[in-house]
Design a protein around this ligand. Sequence first.
Ligand SMILES: Nc1ncnc2c1ncn2[C@@H]1O[C@H](COP(=O)(O)OP(=O)(O)OP(=O)(O)O)[C@@H](O)[C@H]1O
Length: 770
Amino acid sequence: MTEKSERQIEQNRVDDVTKQVSAQIKASEDLFEQAHHETRMVDQNYSDNASVNLYEVDDAMETNAMIEQQRQLVARSFESETILKRQLDTLSNLKSSPYFGRIDIKDSDEPEAESLYIGVASLMNDDKSDFLIYDWRAPVAGIYYNGNLGAVKYSTPAGPQSTELVKKRQFTIKNGHITTMFDTNETVGDEMLQAALGEQNDQYMQNIVATIQKEQNDIIRDTDSDLLLVQGVAGSGKTSAILQRIAYLLYHSRASLNADQIVLFSPNRLFSNYISEVLPSLGERNMRQVTLAEFLSRRFEGLDVQTLFERYENEQTNGIINQAAQNYLESAACMQSVRNYCRSLTPQQMKFSNILFEGRIFFTADHIRDIFAKLPQNMAIADKTIATKNSLIKELKRRIKDEAKSDWVSEEVSQLNNEDLHDLLGKKKSDEFETEDELLDYVSNRLATKRLRIVYDAIYNNYFFDPYAQYSDFLNQSQPDNVADNVAAESWQQIIANFKQEIEYHQISLMYCTSLLYLRDLVTGSGQNRQLEYVFIDEMQDYSIAALIYLKHVFPKAKFTILGDSEQALFKEIEPPHQLLDRLSTALKAKKPNLIVLNRSYRSTTEITNFAKSLLPDGDQILPFNRHGDLPRIILRYSQADATNALLDEVKAQAEAFETVAILTKNAVQAHAVYQQLRQFGNVNLLKDTDRVLPSGILIMPIYLAKGLEFDAVIAYDVSETNYSDPRATGILYTIASRAMHQLTLLSIGAACPIIAADQEKLLQIEHSI
Ligand SMILES: Nc1ncnc2c1ncn2[C@@H]1O[C@H](COP(=O)(O)OP(=O)(O)OP(=O)(O)O)[C@@H](O)[C@H]1O
């Protein structure tokens, strides 16, 4: 058969499937309309009933039951409306592009091969007898991503299956028309990937299901490991792979897993927004997302927690203060010392606090210590704290009865107005009491309970324990000689003094955070979340080992997927990847660890990747993808005024050619200075770490805010040797260069920093000022 008629046959099938999709859309729209109408009716009915004044009807209980029933009806009809809405979204995705792949497989006991079409969702024909499209996550679809022609195996819930792959075909279908179609023996042909990668960027990351690569597929379909470590070079598709992995996991554990049981730790808020469309485009709800800074802040209510960015900025101005002590506090060894310390704590060492009520001491710290000390010695510390807490709550209940008889209560009761009395009585009516005294006793008890609620809350929230004082004690006990990095005794004392001072000012530096939280949780037996099933951590190189250990402690039941690129370390010096990964495997005590390494970089043109890898001492392992563009350019200027002019010209030219142009700087101060130079331009945006949405136009930001993001064109601001002199320059410049998809320009005010100068002739177009 000629290629043309073959293509015509495929187009006919696309037309046929599109017609069926349209018919199903119509049917679903009718159902949706019906469901929506029903929800409105039930909702109306519910609000009418809910607005009945319960105090005026005798049968309040009955009304309550009816409202509850109605509420459930509203919830149910809303749920079916949501399901239909999702179905409709999926169908409309399928309408313009029903599938992207076809595999022909022949089982040994079948006379003929069968053609299966793969798309973002499954679709059955009208009478439900046949699959017109297979979901890319279906077991058999694994062949499309993994197999070369010939004998292939794929896993199914019933165990491994074998078949023969006789044809693999790829399509690009736009608005119902096949624009490209070819047969391939490769996993996914380069041609299609080239087309996908050559496109210009918009504000949101796209899904990659049509062109998932073999090693990415291994990440996506790994359901066994409890610790999956992905070590991948910049632009190798780590983030893409984990998002498709989440979609895959949700599909395969539909009954037992929902998006709320998955959390992704993302590098910054812009990134959260940037990836927010991927899962919805695959018909799935987004997982929860949080940055480490947000997570820590929530756990330190009332304290101003230093973020990684603030630390970085501070170090840029003041230098790194006491690196050795900081390294120790963020090490696995320190977390081990916390564990040992907590295990050996005696009642005398415990830092208990008085519990106050309206200015007077309600429970003394000594009394709390006595309760604690009487508990069996071999009891775990967390159990002792919980037992102490329970015993304080019991005592509180007794004391409420005493307080109810006290003068302050009688006085307050005597001054109650009708409304307060009504509130205190709750469901009871005053005529239910036989005597006035009985009524008074009841009301006094209620009032005392209400007022002492504050004491109950204090006990419940462990305010009888002072974690900050305890942590200071822990620091005091950690002798500097025992400390790995040989922290000098005076500087260790300084670290302790600094901690105390910060707490006084309601602040805390990042370096203390995780060991302190760990100590607090181990002593109080709180802070763990056993519901979460999967934790994903992107940009792991920015997490200390202590932070990862702490997260494992917080989510003990969860499987961890941790992704990183040690070369993109902005906040510390580069560490060899395997060393980092070994440390992590041991520290998290994984039972089934798995490591996947990605070396091919997809984001940038070959020229940009070749330049970026030349910055690294061990960049040879990085493989560029075969997509070509201009050589990166370096513009050298020798005065600020000349540099500003060159920047203006460059920005103008890039903005005409590309949709997203980013000027990336080393820190916030420089980003601000560049903004001042360019603001006359109009559509120029300076981004801050509080920003959540990436605007279009020209973007200026410090590199840490661009983590995980990508832009059509990148201008690296001032790559001179004066600006990039510290040992972290390599990681920073590599991260900047690897954000560019199509065009990279470096601007240097004065001589370029030596990392760049090394190999520039072949990899860079150099432009000096005249
Ligand atoms: N298989 C693929 N098909 C199409 N595009 C891909 C594929 N893999 C990666 N890409 C594209 O390459 C770019 C980089 O991917 P991604 O951001 O996931 O990489 P990363 O490893 O997380 O990068 P970094 O660590 O540098 O932030 C994205 O534009 C992504 O869409």
